[in-house]
Ligand binder design. Structure first.
Ligand code: URP
Ligand code: ZN
Length: 459
């Protein structure tokens, strides 16, 4: 017995056409007309768009940060994600100082296993590079199914690595088909600016963005591209927030360097005015890189439409306003960095990108599903609707209008940065490997069904 999604319009990164989809077991087995068998279950999706399940390749669930841990764990993180139409996430397993990569990865498997509502993979964020860790890169890619790592050029004395390590890690990763993702901000510059403001008693959250200027991002992007060029490596730049940083990427792409660029919904629809909110409210928007001037947004949208930006991911890294963000009430540098958003990615991109004409539907699918799946070694199993692919399908009701609000989200955090934003369209049904997980926009399978996705070496 199969399932027929009947009467919808399929949208992929390249195609837009009316057809029925037949699902059997975990896979799409036929697309066309007259494909139903007599015993099939028919799901009427007339009038809806069918998107491939979203792939969010930048999340931080159950991540310890300082003396706290992110508000969302894998259960609440992936629950919100799948209700919003994202069926696959790749989370940053993060090495603690002194840990081997094997220990760090085991730790992340324990957090995720049996708790995920969507499928999941891991990148490995390396914070303590040494010879033993360098040796483990081959194991990571060849035995553990983790074919991307992350290095931070910011967060001095915590996560930051220097150019020597960046060089070694790029060279080593290239040998084993591992893609290096990089957080690009000049951590030393930021460290000095932060201390300068603190010494002057300037400790409110609005000093967060001024201590992390665009030049800190632009310089770090320039530097990592230079290091990647010399080591002949590909590099993936996470959360680009500014037109200056994107221009550096565009020049490198034009030269033929293999540089991938990611941005996030927050940099497309929120801007630095949120830091002028009264009282401590602006702590809700403390993230790194920070929100920028609105003028950056059009350039980022154009970057998506002209395929200079490859991926939109969320960098979901949530902390409650009350009880977590407020540790920085008297020192902005102590506010844990990050915001929630996995549930809202498709809705924001569709409403403020597709419906405003800033991006077309194919770009929408490309940056939310197809490219992330391709870049991180999951395509064509994930990231498209095609015969043989996993039946991860979002049925998108184009007629729905709603308001985003904290009380409606399935994440376990006490606010949303998109409070009061209007959303048009919604994921009315979501299928994960053929299982009907979201029905009428509600979770209908309450048991987490997500599985680990080991990935093969890249490139
Ligand atoms: O503010 C952010 N982005 N927090 C999450 C960690 C990171 O920098 O990616
Ligand atoms: Zn991040």
């Amino acid at each position: 017995m199969g399932i027929i999604l009947c009467g919808g319009t399929i949208v992929t990164a390249t195609d837009y056409y009316k057809a029925d989809v037949r699902i059997e077991g975990e896979k799409v087995v036929a697309i066309g007309k007259g494909i139903a068998l007599s015993e099939d279950i028919i799901v009427d999706v007339r009038g809806s768009l069918l998107f491939p399940g979203g792939v969010d390749v930048h999340t931080h669930f159950d991540l310890p940060v300082g003396n706290t841990v992110t508000a969302d764990d894998f259960a609440s993180g992936t629950k919100g994600a799948i209700i919003g139409g994202t069926t696959t996430i790749i989370d940053y397993a993060t090495q603690c100082k002194g840990e081997t990569l094997k220990e760090a990865l085991e730790n992340w498997h324990l957090k995720a296993k049996g708790n995920c509502y969507g499928d999941y993979g891991f990148h490995m964020a390396i914070t303590d590079w040494n010879d033993r860790v360098a040796e483990e890169i081959s194991w990571l890619s060849q035995s553990a199914g983790v074919t991307s790592i992350k290095l931070y050029m910011a967060y001095k004395n915590v996560l930051q690595v220097d150019d020597d390590i960046l060089f070694q890690a790029l060279a080593r990763s290239r040998q084993y088909g591992v893609l290096v993702c990089v957080h690009c901000e000049n951590g030393d510059m930021i460290y000095n600016l932060v201390n300068q403001y603190r010494r002057q008693g300037l400790i409110t959250p609005n000093y967060h963005p001024v201590s992390r200027p665009i030049i800190a991002e632009e310089e770090a992007v320039t530097r990592i591209i230079a290091l990647a060029q010399v080591t002949k490596s590909s590099v993936y730049i996470v959360h680009i927030s500014s037109s200056d940083a994107l221009q550096v990427v565009m020049k490198a792409k034009a030269k033929g360097n293999q540089v991938y660029a990611e941005t996030c919904p927050q940099y497309l629809v929120l801007d630095e005015n949120y830091y002028t909110r009264a009282g401590f409210e602006s702590a809700k928007y403390v993230m790194s890189p920070p929100l920028r001037k609105k003028t950056n947004q059009d350039f980022l949208w154009q970057g998506l439409q002209n395929r200079m930006i490859d991926v939109v991911a969320t960098d979901h890294c949530s902390f409650n306003f009350l009880g977590q963000k407020d540790v920085g009430l008297h020192d902005f540098s102590k506010i844990p960095n990050g915001i929630p958003g996995a549930q809202n990615r498709l809705g924001i991109l569709y409403t403020y990108g597709v419906l405003t004409g800033k991006i077309d539907l194919h770009t929408f699918v490309n940056v939310t599903a197809t490219q992330p799946a391709k870049i991180f070694g999951l395509f064509p199993r994930k990231g498209t609707i095609a015969v043989g692919s996993d039946a991860d399908i979002v049925v998108w009701d184009v007629n729905d209008t709603s308001l985003i609000g904290a009380e409606k989200q399935h994440h376990k955090v006490d606010y949303t940065p998109y409070e009061g934003f209007q959303q048009k369209g919604k994921a009315v049904h979501v299928f994960l490997r053929g299982r009907h997980i979201v029905r009428d926009a509600k979770l209908c399978d309450i048991d987490p069904q997500g599985i680990y996705l080991p990935r093969t070496p890249i490139g």
